[in-house]
Design a protein around this ligand. Structure first.
Ligand SMILES: [Mg+2]
Length: 382
């Protein structure tokens, strides 16, 4: 605890201190509109952590992280304990303006735990934005764009259902689709890629196996869907199979993306050296906004394509943070997954809207969304 700035240091701040008086870790279960089946799990509700940070002057900031046992190892109970017992107590009494000093101290005190660290940083930045009237993105960098084009995930049992859903979502303004693979027999998944491609001849399409393919299946899928023109195939092999990745990228020209394999800047470098064409950046994997923005810059230096994603599913709190991130990185050429669209109900007053195929960078202070505390109470896990 003695690594943190002492109260006396606060007096030297030019700004009036923004002293954190309370940190709450709130577990919620947010029902999805429809179950999402992936290679290692089927999600029917998002079991997320919300972090509510209150300053002595009554200003409140919010953060969110999805539990992701098969991606980060974070469970909902573990995330609550991380914030309630470790990160929260370190923050109470501190001046939020000292965040750039506090952040590394928190990471030294609690290794891993990308989800809790990310939710805490999101809440602190939201708090700082609300106190200063600045957007979150203006606190951590400069926007490179002011809106993002969200992608929609397709994972039905049949090609007909995927095509029908793609057409319906296209009418709502989605202009980028991702096929969830690694679930059905390979021949069927290859046929679905071709069926969706012929139904949507010019649409950007990609596929995500969530670690669910063998090397032989991954190679076969990439080669046999070539005519479908997939932009990339994401995480076909196990998250730690760097040798398999190296072999696969030598055996096919189809770009391979890495998602579950990225938990640090070092993982991004290792994936690039193994021939990956791009990576998926998520706040929960990298431990927050500061690290994810660094990761975006590293990808630019390494020539990697970038997908920015929230986990299935995060409310408009986590999704707003993903939009700030996607607008702050040098490029997000492999699309952006904004996932509050998959929830049956949101927990903010005005969920992020989709307009003409774009989700705009929120213009309000902090994250730019207003949390509905009554909705939070309704979905709270007790
Ligand atoms: Mg993925």
């Amino acid at each position: 605890m003695n690594v943190l700035p002492q109260p006396a240091a606060m007096a030297r701040n030019a700004q009036a201190p923004l002293v954190i008086r309370r940190v709450d870790a709130i577990p919620v279960a947010l029902p999805l509109k429809a179950p999402m089946k992936m290679a290692a799990e089927t999600i029917t509700a998002a079991n997320n952590l919300l972090v509510r940070i209150e300053a002595a002057d009554g200003t409140v900031g919010w953060g969110e992280a999805a539990s992701a046992p098969t991606m980060t190892g974070d469970t909902q109970g573990g995330m609550v304990a991380a914030v309630r017992d470790h990160l929260g107590p370190m923050l109470v009494g501190q001046d939020a303006h000292n965040w750039q000093t506090l952040r590394p101290a928190l990471h030294r005190a609690l290794l891993g735990n990308g989800g809790p660290h990310s939710a805490v940083e999101m809440a602190v930045l939201d708090l700082l934005g609300r106190a200063s009237g600045k957007r979150l993105i203006d606190l951590v960098g400069k926007p490179k764009r002011n809106a993002v084009k969200p992608m929609w995930l397709l994972g039905n049992k049949t090609a007909e259902e995927d095509v029908a859903e793609a057409h319906a979502k296209e009418k709502l303004g989605f202009h980028f689709f991702k096929l969830k693979i690694g679930v059905k027999p390979l021949a069927k998944e290859i046929a679905i890629a071709h069926a969706v491609r012929s139904a949507l001849p010019k649409m950007p399409l990609c596929a995500d196996a969530n670690c669910g393919l063998t090397f032989a299946a991954a190679h076969s899928y990439a080669e046999k869907t070539k005519k479908a023109g997939l932009l990339f195939v994401e995480q076909p092999l196990a998250y730690d199979d760097i040798e398999g990745l190296r072999k696969l990228t030598r055996a096919t020209k189809v770009p391979i993306g890495i998602d579950e394999g990225i938990h640090s800047l070092a993982d991004i470098g290792a994936s690039a050296r193994a021939g990956a064409g791009g990576v998926s950046l998520k706040l929960i994997k990298l431990g927050g906004m500061t690290a994810a923005l660094e990761a975006g810059k590293l990808c630019q230096r390494l020539g990697l394509s970038v997908n920015i994603a929230a986990k299935i599913a995060e409310s408009s709190i986590g999704s707003a943070a993903a939009v700030h991130l996607a607008c702050g990185v040098p490029k997000a050429d492999w699309g952006v997954s904004i996932t509050h669209f998959y929830l049956a109900e949101d927990i903010v007053r005005r969920p992020l809207p989709l307009a003409d195929g774009f989700v705009a960078l929120p213009s309000g202070p902090g994250l730019g969304v207003e949390v509905d505390e009554a909705a939070v109470a309704r979905f709270r896990v007790r």
